[in-house]
Design a protein. Structure first.
Length: 246
């Protein structure tokens, strides 16, 4: 029995060491890769020839949000392995951490969704729909989305808090059953249900628009009476959106 107990303790210690190493160095690698990738995305989307596109604004905003999440959420998780997680000790930091994670992660998904909607608008044969794709409307939608997400998850400044169970203290967003249920349902709806449905619908319609555009291009080339065309930059951004959807 003593030998078996000693072996079990050794195995548990080894597994704990492996888990700790993965938490430290695995997350560190993800932070480096995520930071580098998002910075490159921002630099690309901020090029002069791309700034005029609303789709670029959405994608650039999404990359900026992902950069904040990488540095503000994943990096503190790595510091937790060094017992430097102040969100598990200070209530206000805990509230800010959960609100930032919930709101920004959802806002990032919404920006990609809005980029898909913008590509649908720019490929529409209807002039009124194409006119809806503008930087002014993009800024309005980004502001409205930010306000809506803040309203949906503002409860975290009340719900999230430090919990002490007598053994360890932790930062939790589910201090009550009602809080946990509401935030899980709200996250499910805002991250999966609504964005996926919108992207699916606009992707189908964008495909139809592109087919109509291709047919119209043939007719326009033969009659030399072009009514509309999609710019080269817009075509490239459409390819980006199709790739992301896939």
């Amino acid at each position: 029995m003593p030998a078996t107990s000693s072996t079990d303790n050794t195995l548990i210690t080894l597994l704990n060491s492996i888990t700790l190493a993965i938490s430290r160095y695995g997350i560190f690698v993800l932070v480096i890769l995520g930071t580098t990738g998002n910075i490159l995305n921002v630099l690309i989307f901020r090029q002069k020839k791309l700034r005029a596109s609303p789709c670029t604004l959405y994608l650039c905003t999404s990359s900026c949000i992902d950069l904040i999440l990488t540095l503000g959420i994943n990096l503190p998780r790595m510091l937790t392995t060094y017992d430097l997680d102040y969100s598990a000790k200070i209530g206000m930091i805990c509230k800010i951490r959960h609100f930032t994670y919930y709101s920004l992660s959802i806002l990032s998904v919404w920006m990609v969704t809005l980029a898909a909607v913008d590509r649908f608008l720019i490929t529409s044969p209807l002039a009124k729909r194409r006119q809806m794709s503008s930087l002014r409307n993009a800024y309005r939608l980004i502001s409205a989305s930010s306000i809506l997400v803040t309203l949906v998850f503002g409860n975290l400044f009340y719900c999230a808090d430090v919990i002490d169970n007598g053994v360890i203290t932790s930062c939790s967003a589910s201090t009550t059953r009602q809080c946990g249920f509401y935030n899980q349902i709200a996250r499910l709806v805002t991250v999966l249900c609504i964005p996926q449905m919108v992207i699916m619908v606009v992707s189908i319609n964008m495909t139809r628009n592109l087919r109509s555009l291709k047919q119209a291009t043939v007719t326009i080339a033969s009659t030399r009476s072009a009514q509309y065309r999609v710019r080269k930059i817009d075509r490239e951004l459409i390819k980006v959106r199709i790739f992301n959807n896939g």
